[in-house]
Design a protein. Structure first.
Length: 240
């Protein structure tokens, strides 16, 4: 079976400045990977590279068996950016219809309503986005990424500004999508999100400092939480 995402000896940067180095990763169909690390660790750069927004400086990235960048792959990837790219003078529904049309989604209205219900925005679809709180905008961005039912879903800090109850509802949907075969990549520094993932890649200063399932990592580092694992792995890297 072809890996959904395969990263080999990957390095990214510009000029003499290296942002990421020696990154290796394999994701099977339906896995949920959490990229975990502090701000500035290189998580977003890795996400952009997987999306094909950046050409690898060294190494190779393949998505669904095809090397990136590849514009045709974008039609099979749902993407929620770290910053909300929404039209404030349009309603939530108008935003969703606009992006749905761009993505060429069939049965658009049905897909829009389902995604809106997942993030509890179905009662706010006719409201202008200018009046939305930061959390509501994040929820709308997440809903838009869910609409095309993509083979790969890339989410950059998806639960920032979202209350715990809604976060649980969103994770319920993500696990459902995972079981249906959607491969999900989540860039986060939220430890509760990390615990939900089937696989973790911990990054600090552009390097992988630990990798495995949450249970494997907790056993390997003899810790009870992913947060404690990260702190111990971080300390080990600093000692090297």
């Amino acid at each position: 079976m072809t890996d959904a995402i395969n990263i080999q000896n990957f390095e990214q940067g510009y000029g003499n400045h290296t942002i990421l180095k020696d990154i290796n990763l394999k994701m099977k169909e339906g896995e949920i990977l959490g990229l975990l690390g502090p701000s500035g660790s290189g998580k977003t750069t890795l996400v952009r590279s997987i999306m094909g927004m950046l050409t690898p400086k060294k190494g190779k990235i393949t998505v669904l068996g095809k090397p990136v960048p590849d514009r045709k792959l974008l039609a099979q990837i749902g993407y929620m950016a770290q910053s909300d790219a929404l039209y404030g003078n349009l309603t939530a529904l108008e935003n969703m219809k606009f992006f749905t049309t761009l993505m060429g989604v069939k049965n658009g209205e049905e897909a829009i309503m389902h995604a809106a219900k997942v993030v509890n925005l179905d009662k706010h679809l006719n409201e202008e986005v200018n009046g939305f709180s930061g959390g509501m905008k994040r929820r709308l961005s997440l809903a838009i990424s869910l609409v095309p039912n993509p083979k790969i879903l890339v989410l950059d800090e998806p639960t920032v500004g979202i209350d715990p109850a809604l976060r649980q509802q969103i994770w319920k949907e993500l696990h459902k999508l995972s079981k249906q075969g959607t491969t999900i990549l989540i860039n986060t520094h939220v430890m509760e999100d990390a615990e939900e993932c089937s696989q973790l890649l911990l990054i600090r200063n552009g390097e992988s400092i630990a990798q495995g399932t949450p249970s494997q990592l907790k056993k390997e580092y003899n810790e009870k939480s992913v947060e404690a694992v990260f702190l111990k792995a971080e300390a080990s890297q600093m000692e090297e």
